[in-house]
Design a binder for this molecule. Structure first.
Ligand code: SF4
Length: 744
C-alpha cells in the first residue's frame, strides 16, 4: 500500500480518480511552480490538462499569497474553465472572477475614451455631492446658531452658504447629465451584497451583467472593485498580452507580476496572438485626417513645426499612393474589392522598403527647396514633437467631451500618424518587422485607399518581458512540441520543466489511417486523378462511419469545392446524409449544434470545415458528436509575404533552415494534430482519424523524401499511423466500427 502523504494540491482535484499520467503531471507542475520554473505542458485533448494545471497552481498560490490567472483565446474554453472552477469551488471555497472586455460588458455601449470621461465626471459628481452635504450641514448649524444668539455674523454666513449651495446644486445638476448612472449606482453602495453574491458561485460575465443591469448598475465596475478578492481569475489572452491592460489588471488586483501564476491554455497560439498585439497599422485616411487636423489646430504648433509636420505627412501619404498606383497592373484597379489586398513593398529577404524610399526622395526635394538636410533621425524627432502636441489636442477633446461642449468624443489622429511614421522609419528594415502595404475599395465612396502595416515577425518583445516577470507560468496545449521552438520564439530564458504525455486512452478505441491519395501539392490539387481519389476516399469513409463525419480541408476554397461534390454525390444522396458546411456568413455555432444534434440522435451527417476555421480548435466533438475525422492534405499555408517575412526573421535570428521549420512546418503539423484531436475525447470514446495525403504515410519517408511529413509528428503519435490505400478505406472503417457500440 502506498503510504506517501496525499499531496496538498489534491484538495483541489475534483475527479474521483486521475487519468493515467495526471497525478504525475500535477506533481511535476507543483514542483516546478514551487521552484519558480516555467512549465511547458503538452497533453492530448481530453486528458484533463486544465485541472492538472489548476490544482497545483491554486494550492501553491494559496500558500504563497499569489493569485492564479488562467487565459484562453477560445470562447468555448472559457466556458470549460468556468465549469472546472465551479467543480473546484464545490470542494474548496475559492473566489473566482471571470472577466470580459469593458466594451463587451458596458450596458451603455460606450468605448474606452467615452467611458473614461463619463467615469471622471461620475467621481467628480460624487465629490460635489459630498461637498454639498457638508455645506448644507454648515447652513443648518449657522441657522441654529443664529436662532439662539441672534448674532448677525451667522446670518451673513447663512446668506453666503445659501448662495454657494444654489451654485453647487446647479453644477451638480449639469454634472449629473454628463456622468454615468450605472457607475454612480455602483459607487454609492457600501453593502457587501454584490461581493457575497459574486463569490457565492462562479459567475460568468453574462451572470454579472444580468445582476448589474437588474439594479441599474455597471457590471464591469462592480467586478473591478471585487476582483482583488479573487483567488482565480479567468480571462482572455488580451488581458495579459496587452501591456496597458495587464498593468491595469495588476492595479485592480493590488499585486505585482511576481505575485501571479499565469496559465496559458492553447499555448501554441500565443505567438500569433502576441504578433497581432505588437504589429502596428495606419490607414491612409488617418494620415489625411491628421494633416487636416494640424491645420485646424495651427495655433498649437510653432509655425515651422506645423509646416514640417504637414509636409512630411503629405510626403508619406503620396509615397503610399504612388506605390500602389504603380504596383497595380492594367485593369487590376477595377478588380479591387472590399477585402484588403497585400501589395509587396519590400522583399521578405532583401528588405528594401519601396514606400520608405519614395518617401525619403520626396523629403529630400522638400529639404533641398529649403536649403536644409532632413535626415531620418531629424524626421523622427520632428514626428516625436508633433506626437506630443497631438496628445495635448486629444486631451483637449477629452475635456470638451467631458464638459459637455462636444457631444461626441473626438479622437485626434495627429499622434497616431506621427507615432506610426516615426516607428516606420526606425523599424521597417529591422528583420523583426516587415512593412506591408494593403489596399481596398471604400464601400461608400467607391475609391481605393491604402493602409500601411509594420508586421511583427518574432513577437518576443511582448512575451519575453511578461514571462520573465511572473511568479509562475504554465503553457499548456495538446500540440506544444517541439519545446525548443516555443522557448526560442517566445523568448523564455528561465528554467523550464517540460512535460509531454501521449494519449493514454485505450488504443483499441481509435485508429489513425494515412491514406495514399496523391500528395495534394497546390500544383497538382486539380488533377482529375487526384480529385477522384480524394472524393472516393471521403465518400467511402462517410458511408463506412457509424455516425457523424467531420472533414477539414486545407482552405476554405478547397472545402467549398468538395462540399458541392459531396452534396451532389449519388451515394450520399441515396443514404440521405446531410452535408453541412462551415461557410462564411453562417454562424459556426449553429452549424456545429445541428451537426451535434444529428450525431447525438444516432443518425449520420457530414460537417465540412477547413483548417484555420473556428471549428478546428477548442471544440469538443465527443462521443456521437463525431466518429470520424478526415484531414485532407497537409495544409501548408499560402506562402504569402508575411509568412515569408516570418521565415526570413527566424532564419536570421536562429540560423539557416529554422525559418521554414518555425514559421511553416511546425505550425502546419500542429494544426493537423489539433484537427485530429477533435475526436476520441475520453477513455470510453472511440473513433477514426483519416489523413488523406501520401505525405502522411510512413513509406513516404523513403518515397517522397523531403516532402514527407511523417517524421514531423511526435514519435508515439506517428507510430499509430497505418498506411492504407483509398480502396482499403471502406473495409478498414467498417472493420473498426463493427466491433463498437455506436448507440452509446
Ligand atoms: S462606467 Fe460602466 S456603464 Fe459607464 S460607460 Fe464605463 S463601462 Fe459603461
Amino acid at each position: 500500500m502506498d503510504s506517501s502523504p496525499v499531496p496538498g494540491f489534491m484538495k483541489y482535484f475534483t475527479k474521483e480518480s486521475c487519468y493515467p499520467n495526471q497525478a504525475e503531471a500535477m506533481r511535476y507542475i507543483a514542483d516546478a511552480l514551487e521552484k519558480g520554473e516555467v512549465v511547458l505542458f503538452e497533453g492530448a485533448c481530453g486528458t484533463g490538462k486544465t485541472l492538472s494545471a489548476l490544482a497545483p497552481a491554486l494550492e501553491i498560490a494559496a500558500r504563497q499569497n499569489k493569485k492564479v490567472i488562467i487565459v484562453t483565446n477560445v470562447h468555448q474554453q472559457m466556458v470549460q474553465f468556468i465549469n472546472e472552477a465551479r467543480d473546484i469551488k464545490r470542494k474548496v471555497d475559492i473566489h473566482v472572477a471571470v472577466m470580459k472586455g469593458k466594451q463587451a460588458m458596458c450596458p451603455r455601449h460606450k468605448d474606452y475614451e467615452e467611458c473614461r470621461a463619463l467615469s471622471e465626471n461620475t467621481y467628480e459628481l460624487l465629490e460635489m455631492e459630498r461637498n454639498l452635504l457638508k455645506s448644507k450641514k454648515e447652513f443648518a448649524d449657522a441657522t441654529e446658531k443664529y436662532k439662539t444668539t441672534k448674532d448677525p455674523e451667522y446670518n451673513r454666513l447663512r446668506a453666503e452658504l445659501e448662495k454657494e449651495i444654489q451654485e453647487m446644486e446647479n453644477t451638480i445638476h449639469r454634472k449629473r447629465d454628463l456622468s454615468c448612472t450605472p457607475l454612480y449606482e455602483v459607487l454609492k453602495i457600501e453593502s457587501p451584497a454584490f461581493k457575497n453574491w459574486l463569490f457565492d458561485d462562479v459567475r460568468s460575465p453574462e451572470d454579472i451583467n444580468e445582476y448589474a443591469n437588474g439594479r441599474g448598475m455597471c457590471g464591469y465596475e462592480l467586478l473591478k472593485r471585487e476582483i482583488k478578492r479573487a483567488d482565480l481569475i479567468i480571462c482572455n489572452y488580451h488581458h495579459v498580452l496587452s501591456q496597458e491592460i495587464f498593468m491595469t489588471l495588476l492595479g485592480w488586483l493590488e499585486k505585482l507580476p511576481e505575485d501571479l501564476i499565469l496559465i496559458f491554455d492553447e499555448a501554441h497560439n500565443i505567438e500569433n496572438a502576441a504578433r497581432s498585439h505588437s504589429s502596428i497599422v495606419i490607414s491612409e485616411k488617418t494620415i489625411e485626417k491628421a494633416v487636416i487636423e494640424i491645420g485646424e489646430h495651427a495655433d498649437k504648433f510653432p509655425e515651422k513645426l506645423k509646416e514640417d509636420a504637414q509636409k512630411i505627412l503629405l510626403c508619406f501619404l503620396s509615397a503610399i499612393r504612388e506605390t500602389y498606383d504603380q504596383a497595380l497592373e492594367f485593369g487590376e484597379r477595377n478588380r479591387i474589392g472590399k477585402n484588403w489586398k497585400d501589395i509587396r513593398i519590400s522583399d521578405p529577404y532583401e528588405r528594401f522598403d519601396v514606400v520608405k524610399s519614395v518617401f525619403l526622395k520626396k523629403i529630400n526635394t522638400y529639404a533641398q527647396e529649403e536649403g536644409r538636410v532632413l535626415s531620418e533621425t531629424s524626421l523622427r524627432m520632428i514626428m516625436e514633437s508633433v506626437s506630443d502636441i497631438g496628445y495635448e489636442i486629444d486631451l483637449m477633446y477629452h475635456e470638451k467631451f467631458k464638459s459637455g461642449a462636444d457631444i461626441i468624443r473626438k479622437k485626434s489622429n495627429i499622434s497616431v500618424a506621427a507615432d506610426y511614421l516615426a516607428a516606420h522609419l526606425l523599424l521597417s528594415e529591422n528583420p523583426n518587422y516587415y512593412p506591408i502595404l494593403n489596399i481596398r475599395r471604400d464601400q461608400q465612396s467607391g475609391e481605393i485607399y491604402g493602409r500601411m502595416e509594420l508586421f511583427t515577425c518574432i513577437p518576443k518583445n511582448v512575451t519575453a518581458p511578461l514571462f520573465d516577470s511572473l511568479g509562475g507560468l504554465v503553457l499548456m496545449s495538446a500540440t506544444l512540441r517541439p519545446f525548443s521552438m516555443i522557448k526560442e520564439t517566445l523568448g523564455i530564458e528561465r528554467a523550464c520543466t517540460e512535460i509531454a504525455f501521449p494519449l493514454t486512452f485505450p488504443a483499441k478505441n481509435r485508429k489513425t489511417f494515412a491514406v495514399s491519395v496523391p500528395p495534394l501539392f497546390s500544383s497538382r490539387r486539380d488533377d482529375a486523378q487526384t480529385l477522384a481519389a480524394v472524393e472516393d476516399a471521403i465518400v467511402s469513409a462517410i458511408l463506412a462511419t457509424d455516425g457523424n463525419t467531420l472533414i477539414y480541408f486545407q482552405s476554405f476554397s478547397e472545402a467549398e469545392r468538395y462540399v458541392h461534390v459531396l452534396k451532389n454525390h449519388e451515394k450520399i444522396q441515396s443514404e440521405s446524409i446531410p452535408v453541412l458546411f462551415d461557410e462564411a456568413g453562417v454562424s459556426s455555432n449553429a452549424v456545429r449544434e445541428e451537426f451535434f444534434k444529428i450525431g447525438e440522435s444516432g443518425k449520420r451527417s457530414v460537417l465540412v470545415s477547413y483548417i484555420l476555421g473556428t471549428l478546428s480548435e477548442g471544440i469538443d466533438f465527443q462521443g456521437k458528436r463525431a466518429r470520424t475525422v478526415i484531414v485532407v492534405g497537409v495544409g501548408y499555408p499560402a506562402l504569402n509575404d508575411r509568412i515569408r517575412a516570418v521565415e526570413a526573421a527566424y532564419d536570421i535570428v536562429f540560423g539557416d533552415k529554422k525559418g521554414w521549420e518555425f514559421a511553416i512546418s511546425v505550425p502546419t503539423i500542429r494544426r493537423v494534430r489539433q484537427a485530429m484531436g477533435r475526436v476520441v475525447r475520453s477513455p470510453d470514446d472511440f473513433g477514426v482519424r483519416l489523413l488523406l495525403d501520401a505525405r502522411f504515410q510512413k513509406k513516404s519517408v523513403s518515397r517522397l523524401w523531403k516532402y514527407s511529413v511523417y517524421n514531423q509528428f511526435p514519435e508515439e503519435e506517428r507510430e499509430e499511423f497505418m498506411d492504407i490505400s483509398p480502396a482499403e478505406v471502406e473495409q478498414e472503417l467498417k472493420a473498426f466500427f463493427s466491433g463498437k457500440n455506436t448507440t452509446e
